[in-house]
Design a protein. Structure first.
Ligand SMILES: [Zn+2]
Length: 286
């Protein structure tokens, strides 16, 4: 475990640079091919630019403490190819070099500001240390690492899993509905007051995720930090995570934490999932 933790902290400068370039290349390629969405390039340039100047790992403590507890309800439905709801765990089965597509459905609600917020939850490499006493994990003075975005989080895990973890993430806005994980912003309230709903379609025999669809409800009522929180949570389901048994974890079914970031517990579960260990429940050891 300690080796793993060390490796998580070893995303080096070169990788960051490669990421920036690769992301930009893919975005530009897509846009040239389709001749549309020039706004996306601008979004990407802005993000890459700001990452370059601000630095990937700088994170103001003010940003951390400003979060109010969220109290947002979420729902996960796993369905098989017949459309039946099932309770089996599943993971993506992709090749290591495959691009993994996380797309946002183009709509009036997918404004540039919301695209930027969502892009951040996908591509950010920022990580922070939070005192364990704040999340009832341990005594004051001990800390745990949390990630702002799934790119940084997933790439902190060793490349030794049985099935490759999707690490080569690619973001763009689509009007065609394609993508491995599709995020749809909806302004309707959900009848049960749910903010984020993920449906994954799986092949239960091979425990393979085939597609994930995320719907964010009542999106105009959400602040940007709330949108980020709920998308960050739902993306966890998109990669195969179930809910967490720890109420203060990002992956708790009802998000109440003031620190809604990707935890080491979530990453341990991802690692287990892609090693076919047969559980998707996020359990925190501390
Ligand atoms: Zn959930």
């Amino acid at each position: 475990m300690s080796d793993n933790k060390d490796s998580r902290q070893n995303v080096n400068e070169k990788q960051k640079e490669l990421l920036q370039n690769a992301t930009l290349r893919h975005l530009i390629k897509h846009n040239l091919k389709k001749g549309q969405n020039t706004k996306l390039i601008i979004v990407c340039l802005a993000i890459v630019g700001s990452l370059g100047t601000v630095g990937f790992f700088t994170f103001s403590n003010n940003d951390v403490v400003q979060n109010e507890p969220e109290h947002m309800k979420t729902m996960l439905r796993v369905q098989n190819l017949r459309g039946d709801t099932v309770s089996t765990w599943a993971a993506w089965k992709i090749l290591e070099e495959d691009l993994f597509h996380v797309h946002v459905v183009d709509s009036a609600y997918a404004t540039k500001e919301r695209q930027d917020a969502i892009l951040d939850t996908i591509m950010s490499l920022e990580k922070i240390e939070i005192d364990d006493s704040l999340l009832h994990k341990g005594p004051k003075g001990t800390t745990s690492t949390y990630y702002m975005g799934w790119y940084g989080a997933l790439n902190s895990i060793n490349n030794t899993t049985l099935h490759p973890i999707p690490k080569n993430l690619h973001f763009h806005v689509t009007d065609k509905g394609e993508g491995d994980i599709l995020i749809e912003l909806n302004n309707m309230p959900h009848p049960e007051g749910i903010s984020g709903y993920t449906t994954t379609v799986i092949d239960e025999n091979s425990h393979q995720i085939l597609k994930a669809h995320i719907t964010i409800y009542n999106v105009e009522k959400l602040s940007m930090p709330q949108l980020k929180t709920i998308v960050r949570h739902e993306l966890g389901h998109g990669f195969g995570l179930g809910h967490s048994t720890a109420p203060e974890d990002l992956m708790a079914p009802q998000i109440t934490t003031a620190y809604p970031y990707i935890s080491e517990c979530a990453l341990d579960t991802i690692e287990a999932l892609y090693n076919d260990l047969g559980t998707d429940e996020v359990m925190c050891k501390k």
